[in-house]
Design a protein around this ligand. Structure first.
Ligand code: ADP
Length: 304
């Protein structure tokens, strides 16, 4: 196959591993910086140009689109889709997953376990907002935050009120969530490929830290997850429409709850913690599915 990897960082661990795994299996790979692509949108022959050349002949595309380039990155991915190139994750599913609030709304509609969550922009009645999520302690999150930045634990009602007022001043969208104390500063990352959890790790925050993010000094270990956790992760991936994703779960005393579904999950932490060849499994998924799409297309064409 000829595979495109949409990534701005050819030196990043995940990108390098995907290139390596694809080449090992005899595929041709090109790493493409989405911001350097320009496109020709027409109904007869949609094209993508890159550094003066037309990109053509690809069978599959692996999007590794950073949060800051979601808009343009998903537009380039959509252009590949117009050209009938099989996407590891579809552009519409990536866009959906990048919106934390929309994701939680979709998951809750299908009955997936979630932390009790309130959402606000400029609440006039902070007391009532706090009451809706069961009162302090609560976790307050900036909707646009990543890697644990902008995630605050407010132990008391007055601390929560101050933080919410401060975020209001910044005119930011926020989530206010019940604090899952029993998670003990740990979360579970379940890595889903093609409707199956293929690996899982537990991330533990450093001593005295409720956030388990590796960027906040947390550490990752192999973990055996329960049947309920497995089912929750698979279900969340399906609802989001993602073939490949990292589902972040907390172990609450009312069962597994989903915090987030990540459509470009990093490979370094999970391969390191589990010793598994995750990149290889992703390429294997593409081999099965991109070729199936091509066969189906051939059949449709044949039928006229
Ligand atoms: P980010 O997307 O920035 O990583 P998260 O929402 O994943 O932000 O929160 C960062 C970390 O904080 C999580 O990995 C988890 O360990 C902890 N955390 C987040 N929400 C809660 C919560 N409601 N209860 C307990 N711990 C939480």
């Amino acid at each position: 196959m000829k595979i495109a990897i949409l990534s701005r960082g050819p030196k990043l661990y995940s990108t390098r591993r995907l290139v390596e795994a694809a080449e090992l299996r005899g595929h041709e790979v090109q790493v493409i910086d989405v911001l350097r692509c320009y496109m020709n949108i027409n109904s007869v022959n949609p094209e993508i140009h890159y550094k003066g050349e037309v990109l053509e002949g690809f069978d599959a595309v692996i999007p590794r689109i950073g949060a800051s380039v979601t808009f343009y990155g998903t537009a380039v991915l959509r252009q590949f889709e117009m050209m009938n190139v099989f996407p590891l994750n579809e552009s519409v599913a990536i866009t959906r997953s990048r919106d934390k609030l929309r994701s939680l709304q979709l998951l809750s509609r299908k009955g997936v376990g979630l932390p009790v969550t309130g959402f606000a922009h400029s609440p006039d009645d902070v007391d009532d907002l706090l009451k809706t999520v069961g009162g302090a302690p609560v976790v307050i999150k900036l909707l646009e935050g990543t890697q644990g930045v902008g995630v605050v634990l407010a132990d008391t009602h007055s601390a929560a009120t101050s933080v919410i007022q401060a975020f209001n001043g910044l005119k930011a969208n926020i989530l206010v969530q019940e604090f899952i104390k029993e998670a003990g500063g740990a979360d579970i990352r379940a890595f889903v490929v093609g409707g199956k959890v293929i690996a899982a790790m537990k991330r533990q925050g450093k001593e005295g830290e409720f956030r388990s993010n590796l960027h906040q000094g947390g550490s990752a270990h192999l973990v055996k997850i329960t049947a309920a956790e497995r089912a929750t992760a698979v279900n969340a991936a399906k609802i989001m429409g993602l073939n490949v994703c990292g589902v972040d779960l907390l172990r609450s005393n009312h069962g597994p709850v989903v915090m987030e579904v990540n459509s470009s999950p990093g490979l370094e932490g999970i391969e390191g913690a589990t010793g598994k060849d995750i990149a290889g499994m992703i390429i294997e998924f593409l081999e099965k599915n991109a070729l199936k799409q091509r066969r189906n297309r051939g059949r449709t064409k044949g039928q006229g």
